[in-house]
Write a new protein. Structure first.
Length: 495
C-alpha cells in the first residue's frame, strides 16, 4: 500500500491538482469519443453530512474532467462509493452493493469503480477488497481526497496503457487496482472545485477529524486528528456561496464546539458564528455536530442573539447513565447534559433538540437504559436517532469484556424507541396552527402539486407550490400534523 505523503506546501497543491484535471480530461475525451457519447459518473454517498460534502468535492472534480453526473449507477461509466464505517451495517451495505457493481461491470467492461471514505482507512477492509473484489479500479482514503484528480489520471493510465502519452505520468503498477491510503495528514487543501447537490443550501467544512476518542467510536482513527480551517477561508467560501444564491448553510465538523482552539490565532466557534452572521445573503445558519461537553454559555448567547442561526440543535446524548457515559469517555454526566438542555430552552424557548443514542454498549443493563429513557423524557427530544452498539475493531470499547449479545439488546432498544417516538409526536403536535418560515427544498415526490419545505427547527412541511418555489423562504401555516411532518398552506407572498 502506498503510504507516502506529499510534502509540497498546500497552496501549490490545488494548482497541481488543476494540472491533473487537464490530464484526466484528455482520457475522458478519448473514452467519450470511443463510445460516441458523453461519459457519466455517479457518486454514491454513505454516512454523514461530512461525507455528503466530500462527495460534492469529488463530483466537482469529475465535472471538471468532463464527466456528466448521474444518480443512476446503471447509467454510469464510473461509479464512486464514498463509504462510512461508523457502524458495521454501513460496511455490509457497501459489500452488498459491490456485488451488484460486479455484475454491472461484467455487462459493461469499461465501467470504472472507485471506493473512498472512512471505511477505506481500515487495513482489514483493504485486504478484503484486494482479495475478494478485484474488479475495483481505485481506492483512496479520507486524507487524500484532494488528490482525486491525480488518482484519476493514475487509474486511467493503468487502464489504457496503449493510450499513454508523454503528458501522462507513468505508473509502476499496470492493469491492477490503484490504492493510495494515507495514515494521517495535517494538511487542508483549499480552493478545489465543488459541485453542489442543492442550489440553495450547502455544507461547509469548518474542521476535520476528531480528538475526543469516545470509546465506541472509530471516527478518530479514520478521520485523524482535529484540524480547523482558517476563519478567513471559511468566510470567503460562504461569501462565494451567498453570491451564488445559497441561502442556508450548515457548518460541518465532528465536534464544532472545539473549533478554532488549535489555530495560530485561536478563535471560538461562537466567535466564528458571529462573523458568519454578518454575511449578506445568508438567511439561515445550521451546524453539526455539537459535543455537550464543549457547549459554552457564549455559544448559547450567540444563538439567542442571532437572527439567522436555526432553532434546531443536534446534541448527541449516547447514554443517560453516568456509569455508561464514563465508560464511553463522554466526559459529561446526565445531570450536566440536562442542565445544558435547560439553559438552551431558557434562552431559546422554541428550540428543537435532536440526539443520537446508542443501546447495547458493553456492560449496559436495563437500569442504564431506564436512565437513558428518563433523559429522553426530560429533554423532550424532537427526534432521536437510536443505534444498536456496533463493535468497531481498534476502539477501546471493542476490547471491553462485557459485550452484550445483540439479541439481548432488542427489547431495550424497542422500549427506548417507543418513548422516543411518543415524545417526538408530542413535540410535533405543539406546532399545530402556527405560521412559520419554510425554505422550499424540493417538489414533493408523491404529489407533484406540493412542495416540501424545511422549518428552522428542521421539521418538514408539505404545501401547494411548484418548482419555481425551490430555494425560496415562505411563510407557511402548519395545518395538519402527520407525526414527523406537517401539511399546510402558504399564507403570505414570497419573501
Ligand atoms: N455503534 C453504534 N453507534 C455508533 N455511533 C458511533 N459509533 C457507534 C458504534 N460503534 C453513533 C453515535 C454517533 C452517531 C453518528 O453514530 O450515536 O453520534
Ligand atoms: Fe461515517 Fe463517521 Fe465517516 Fe461520517 S465521519 S462517513 S458517519 S464514519
Amino acid at each position: 500500500m502506498d503510504m507516502k505523503k506529499n510534502d509540497l506546501p498546500y497552496i501549490d497543491e490545488a494548482k497541481l491538482q488543476y494540472d491533473y484535471i487537464e490530464k484526466a480530461k484528455q482520457y475522458v475525451k478519448a473514452e467519450s469519443e470511443r463510445l460516441g457519447r458523453p461519459l457519466f459518473a455517479s457518486v454514491i454517498t454513505f454516512g454523514c453530512q461530512m461525507n455528503a460534502r466530500d462527495s460534492e468535492k469529488l463530483a466537482g472534480i469529475l465535472e471538471q474532467t468532463g464527466y456528466r453526473l448521474t444518480d443512476s449507477e446503471e447509467d454510469a461509466d464510473f461509479v464512486i462509493y464514498n463509504t462510512c464505517t461508523v457502524r458495521d451495517n454501513a460496511n455490509q451495505r457497501v459489500y452488498g452493493r459491490l456485488g451488484h457493481l460486479n455484475s454491472l461491470k461484467k455487462k459493461k467492461p469499461h465501467l470504472k469503480i472507485a471506493l473512498c471514505g472512512c471505511m477505506m482507512q481500515e487495513q482489514s477492509v483493504i485486504e478484503k477488497i484486494r482479495k475478494s473484489y478485484r474488479f475495483v479500479d481505485l481506492i483512496f482514503g479520507t486524507h487524500n481526497l484532494f488528490k482525486f484528480a491525480q488518482l484519476l489520471v493514475t487509474m486511467f493510465d493503468n487502464a489504457f496503457v496503449e493510450d499513454s502519452s508523454e503528458n501522462i505520468p507513468q505508473k509502476s503498477v499496470r492493469g491492477s487496482m490503484v490504492i493510495d491510503i494515507w495514515k494521517e495528514t495535517d494538511r487542508i487543501v483549499e480552493d478545489l472545485p465543488v459541485s453542489r447537490k442543492y442550489s440553495y443550501k450547502s455544507g461547509i467544512n469548518i474542521m476535520f477529524g476528531c480528538n475526543n476518542f469516545c470509546s465506541y467510536c472509530i471516527v478518530p482513527y479514520v478521520r485523524g486528528r482535529e484540524r480547523s480551517r482558517e476563519p478567513k477561508e471559511i468566510l470567503r467560501e460562504i461569501e462565494l456561496l451567498a453570491a451564488d444564491g445559497v441561502v442556508e448553510i450548515m457548518l460541518l465538523g465532528q465536534n464544532v464546539n472545539s473549533y478554532g482552539r488549535n489555530l495560530e490565532n485561536p478563535i471560538s466557534f461562537a466567535q466564528l458564528l458571529r462573523e458568519v452572521e454578518q454575511i449578506d445573503g445568508i438567511r439561515r445558519i445550521r451546524f453539526m455536530t455539537s459535543h455537550p461537553k464543549d457547549f459554552s454559555d457564549e455559544l448559547i448567547q450567540v444563538m439567542k442573539e442571532s437572527s439567522k442561526i436555526c432553532h434546531h440543535l443536534h446534541l448527541p446524548l449516547q447514554s443517560g447513565s453516568n456509569r455508561i457515559l464514563r465508560k464511553m469517555n463522554r466526559r459529561y454526566t446526565k445531570e450536566q447534559y440536562l442542565e445544558l438542555v435547560r439553559k438552551l430552552r431558557e434562552a431559546i424557548p422554541d428550540i428543537a433538540i435532536t440526539t443520537d443514542i446508542i443501546v447495547g454498549f458493553p456492560g449496559e443493563t436495563m437500569e442504564d437504559v431506564e436512565e437513558t429513557i428518563d433523559v429522553v423524557k426530560q429533554a423532550a427530544y424532537d427526534n432521536a436517532f437510536t443505534f444498536i452498539y456496533s463493535k468497531r475493531t481498534g476502539t477501546p470499547a471493542a476490547a471491553m469484556e462485557d459485550q452484550v449479545p445483540e439479541e439481548l439488546v432488542h427489547p431495550a432498544f424497542d422500549k427506548l424507541l417507543k418513548v422516543v417516538q411518543e415524545t417526538a409526536k408530542e413535540r410535533a403536535l405543539l406546532l399545530k396552527g402556527k405560521v412559520m418560515e419554510a425554505l422550499v427544498e424540493e417538489r414533493n415526490e408523491q404529489d407533484a402539486s406540493l412542495v416540501t419545505g424545511r422549518l428552522s427547527n428542521n421539521m418538514l412541511v408539505h404545501f401547494p407550490g411548484d418548482v419555481s418555489d425551490i430555494g425560496k423562504l415562505m411563510m407557511v401555516s402548519l395545518d395538519e400534523c402527520h407525526g414527523f411532518y406537517y401539511t399546510g398552506r402558504r399564507i403570505e407572498k414570497k419573501r
